[in-house]
Design a protein around this ligand. Structure first.
Ligand SMILES: Cc1ncc(COP(=O)(O)O)c(C=O)c1O
Length: 376
């Protein structure tokens, strides 16, 4: 699906030099690379504050915890506080809500974009009223959720918006980088992400300096002075070594994202007319960075097996919507009375094809031929 060794070879000299600099200065915690990366990301995203974190999951938790502290003067949200999100996402999105003390209120997705359906968001708010404290859209597969609609609902109701930007580094909506639109954004630098490190890492973005201030405390045990703390904190800093690697990789992000778009365009061109296959649609006015190139297909499981026989890997993101998982059961989450039919249908129909920015044309054509042969 992804060739990380090829990506490393592409930028080996710069990465080796960056790691060597760390070996020489030996400042492993909050070394100079961390601050430099935060500054570079702030200007890249067009946002006042970026704060390195130990993972994308922790960035989500930190955003929600900081909001409870700033908006409620409480360390955690209460179980009565509802955060609207999608069930068609990675576990970490919903898990972060549980870990912040709040309850996930799952609403259905738009079947075309696979992202939160703003109409469903509005009806959930109408049903649950003041208990809803915020919205957590996920920019799934690298495409922005409908942020214009989500932000106008949030502004009307005084709700916070935490963007899960784990899969969409560099994508834009309405001329703004994702992660710079909501109250806060959470990025992941997991190695397979568009901007991936050599281990776990993440970043929180926000224009709100009070939230930024609290997050800076929470990542280092909960205080400005770690020997005299104010809040229930974490050890959730971004490593110097990861920051050094990410500084190099950041230089390549626009080039790699446009290579992803070119591969996606070729796939869509070749596969749009194949019967039983729906190629991804993307919104005008928002740039899709194709973290995944995801088809909707009939007979998904047999198609995946046929591709495997032809030596082509494919993946299912995600086979189980969150509301079907044990961890979100037994009163830990809320689902609308009509259920989440689109999320459940997507889980049985999606299939992601190999998406490696440095993938050569021959590989792309092999995937296309294998898919056409497998469907036939
Ligand atoms: C949508 C989504 N949210 C959150 C995360 C969590 O990020 P991390 O793995 O860096 O904790 C990921 C990726 O792993 C993700 O894809």
């Amino acid at each position: 699906m992804l060739d990380l060794a090829r990506q490393y070879a592409h930028m080996k000299e710069e990465i080796d030099a960056a790691i060597t600099r760390c070996l020489e200065h030996q400042r492993w915690i909050f070394g100079p690379e961390v601050g430099e990366l935060e500054d570079r990301m702030s200007s890249y995203l067009g946002i006042a504050n970026c704060i390195g974190t130990s993972s994308g999951t922790e960035a989500l938790v930190l955003a929600l915890r900081a909001l409870a502290i700033v908006r409620r003067d409480e360390e955690y949200w209460s179980r009565e506080s509802l955060v609207i999100t999608t069930a068609f996402t990675f576990t970490a999105t919903g898990d972060a809500i549980l870990r912040s003390g709040a309850t996930p209120l799952f609403v259905d997705i738009d079947p075309v974009s696979f992202n939160l359906d703003p109409v469903a968001v509005r009806s959930a708010i109408d049903e649950h009223g003041e208990k809803v404290v915020g919205i957590m859209p996920v920019h799934l597969y690298g495409q922005g959720a409908d942020m214009d609609a989500i932000m106008s609902i949030a502004d009307e109701r005084g709700l916070f918006v935490v963007e899960d930007v784990a899969q969409a580094f560099g994508a834009e909506a309405g001329g703004r980088r994702l992660g710079a639109v909501g109250t806060a954004g959470a990025f992941s630098f997991f190695p397979s992400k568009n901007l991936g490190g050599f281990g776990d890492g993440g970043m929180l973005s926000t224009n709100d300096s009070t939230i930024a201030d609290v997050v800076r405390m929470l990542i280092k045990h909960g205080g400005r002075d770690k020997y005299n703390v104010d809040h229930i904190g974490y050890n959730a800093r971004l490593d110097t070594l990861q920051a050094a690697v990410l500084l190099v990789r950041l230089v390549y992000i626009d080039e790699f994202n446009s290579k992803r778009r070119a591969i996606a365009a070729r796939y869509s061109d070749a596969l749009a007319s194949v019967s039983g296959v729906t190629t991804p649609a993307f919104n005008e006015g928002s740039s899709h960075v194709f973290h995944q190139y995801t088809l909707r297909v009939s007979n998904r499981d047999s198609l995946q097996a046929a591709l495997k026989e032809r030596g082509v890997s494919s993946m299912v993101y995600y086979p189980h919507p969150l509301h079907k998982m044990k961890v979100f059961g037994t009163g830990r989450s809320i689902v609308p009375a009509g259920g989440l039919p689109e999320s459940e249908r997507a889980a049985t129909e999606v299939l992601s094809l190999p998406m490696e920015p440095l993938q050569d044309e021959a590989t792309t054509e092999t995937v296309i031929c294998a898919l056409r042969d497998s469907v036939a």
